[in-house]
Design a protein around this ligand. Structure first.
Ligand code: OAD
Length: 248
């Protein structure tokens, strides 16, 4: 498709800003691309994590059962990388929206904690959080930001294996976060989908769900995705630049 003219993009932005400003209920779905400008690697694309590593060997319960040390080494590496990253203008714009939109929910597939670090509180982390750890034995969960000296780490209470508090392929989403997301998707008037390749279920279906009910769907992504075709507006730019313009 031809690149839209500068005027066409400006016109689409004016319309989208109006939808966002006038709607009573706003939902935003984010993915790894929203943290890309903070230096957190995405999963897909030429520089993506899944280019060099196989998700089945690192992000499944089966991989963890077979080699918890290898899985933990990868998560420790990611935790170290994310520790050096700060929220960007896109995260901050999303956090600021909470003050002006009483009915708002930010649904994220990201586990990096950068939305919370930016100040977002009305947040559903549907893939969990990389800074929480959970015991596979007794189920105890805690927040742990430091490195573990011995991998895989073990539970202080029962000696069971600790696992990262994230959702792996083949696992259920956390009930509360997923329920909140579903409720919001069933009533939002506008859904912004930012920085996700929209290929991993169930979030890949959220745009279609909202659209079927008549919500306006806005996409923010430098690249086309499987949901681009159903969007009412698409902005082919970086979320750190487009989100502040859209939400400002
Ligand atoms: P992906 O890595 O699949 O997709 C990132 C998207 O962000 C791509 O569509 C990029 O075009 C876009 N992007 C890159 N830079 C951007 C920028 N500056 N601004 C906006 N968009 C940008 O990440 P997700 O869609 O989040 O799950 O991946 C979904 C799930 O797959 C993840 O939660 C993870 C992964 O495997 C598990 O590990 C279970």
């Amino acid at each position: 498709m031809d690149k839209p003219s500068r005027e066409a993009v400006a016109g689409a932005m004016d319309a989208a800003v109006k939808w966002v400003r006038e709607c009573r209920s706003l939902c935003v779905l984010t993915g790894a691309g929203v943290s890309a400008e903070s230096g957190v690697p995405t999963f897909r694309g030429p520089e993506g994590l899944w280019k060099r590593r196989d998700p089945v060997s690192l992000a499944t319960p089966e991989a963890f059962a077979e080699d918890p040390k290898e899985v933990w080494e990868w998560y420790q590496w990611r935790r170290r990388k994310i520790r050096g990253c700060a929220p960007n203008a896109g995260h901050r714009a999303l956090a600021a929206v909470e003050a002006v939109k009483p009915d708002f929910l930010l649904v994220t597939q990201n586990v990096d904690g950068l939305h919370r670090a930016a100040g977002s509180r009305r947040l559903a982390e549907i893939h969990g959080n990389i800074w929480t750890v959970r015991c596979v034995g007794c189920g105890a969960e805690r927040y742990e930001q430091g490195d573990f000296t011995d991998l895989p780490p073990r539970c202080g209470a029962c000696g069971g294996l600790l696992r990262p508090g994230v959702v792996w392929f083949g696992e259920m989403l956390p009930r509360e976060a997923s329920g909140e997301a579903m409720e919001m998707l069933s009533r939002c008037e506008v859904l912004i989908v930012a920085g996700t390749s929209a290929v991993v279920a169930p979030a890949s279906g959220y745009a279609a769900m909202a659209k079927r009910r008549g919500a306006r769907v806005i996409e923010v992504n430098p690249d086309e995705t499987p949901v681009s075709g159903i969007c009412d507006a698409t902005f082919r730019g970086k979320s750190g630049e487009v989100l502040p313009a859209l939400l400002g």
